[in-house]
Design a protein around this ligand. Structure first.
Ligand code: ADP
Length: 262
């Protein structure tokens, strides 16, 4: 608590009482802590790849360049780390844009099946690399009001995760359906799943179940935070069900758009 006090004076400046104002600043303090943690996390996440880039470049300059095999190996690492750094900077800028109060969505009528098809086509090669069957069920035509590019971004992040966290030979399935007044979009995988104890924190910025595994797969730990923000910006809700070793299902619901004729 922050406490402010002020005297109440009567005639002849005689003290008649005191006003005390107790200001509950728990919420403010929490926000301040979240902000501090975020800055610390960002610094750490940026420092790690830069340190590694510098180290490998120095090693090459220090003589390793003469060894062709070592050079190829180090350059590969340098490329991978700079690629991750680029993703990280991109995701950070995205997140800060999306979190702005005046973040603007380019709203139009969207056929969810179209977006789902386009996104699966985009990620098909990545799925094939791991021999993962990327399936899509778009029997239903469902429209919502939304931002084409942002909705695609949601799907790309979710499908990309599903592919990354599913072992070779698995299945990633997309489904679009209607339920009462809601459009329901599910992304289901047969992957490693998420332990129940980790579920409450999964949408936090930089939160990962396994940092090393996420890093090695090019992850930034910001993907789901972006997905949650964008879903909520569309008046949607995101939920998930997961079973370790069995798979994970993300379920997104949006208000459905029904054409009205005047
Ligand atoms: P990352 O860039 O690390 O994938 P995300 O914010 O996209 O960051 O996801 C946060 C964490 O949630 C991941 O590090 C991973 O541990 C877990 N996760 C996300 N999607 C899945 C999934 N489909 N299956 C299993 N774990 C997942």
């Amino acid at each position: 608590y922050e406490i402010y006090g002020a005297p109440i004076l009567g005639r002849n400046d005689k003290l008649r009482g005191i006003v005390l104002v107790f200001h509950d600043i728990t919420e403010l303090k929490n926000l301040e802590q979240v902000r501090k943690d975020f800055v610390a996390n960002v610094s750490h996440e940026l420092k790690t790849p830069v340190t590694s880039l510098k180290g490998f470049a120095e090693t090459l300059l220090g003589g390793a360049m003469k060894d062709e095999k070592a050079s190829a190996q180090f350059l590969e690492i340098i490329w991978k780390e700079s690629d991750r750094l680029q993703h990280l900077i991109h995701d950070l800028l995205e997140l800060s844009k999306i979190e702005q109060q005046h973040f603007h969505l380019n709203r139009q009528v969207i056929n969810l099946s179209h977006i789902a098809k386009e996104t699966t086509e985009l990620l098909q090669p990545k799925a094939e690399e791991k021999n993962i069957a990327l399936q899509i069920d778009t029997k239903n035509t469902v429209h919502i009001i939304g931002d084409n590019a942002r909705l695609k971004q949601i799907l790309i992040n979710l499908i990309n995760n599903a592919i990354v966290y599913t072992p070779e030979g698995g299945v990633v399935k997309l489904e679009i359906s209607k339920q009462a007044n809601e459009a329901v979009l599910t992304v289901q995988d047969t992957g490693i799943g998420i332990p129940e104890s980790e579920l409450p924190r999964i949408f936090e910025r930089f939160y990962r179940v396994n940092k090393d595994r996420s890093r090695n797969s090019g992850g930034t730990g910001l993907g789901l935070a972006i997905v949650k923000h964008l879903t909520e910006a569309h008046d949607g809700v995101i939920q998930l069900e997961s079973e370790e070793g069995e798979g994970t299902t993300f379920i997104l619901t949006f208000p459905i758009y029904v054409e009205t004729k005047d």
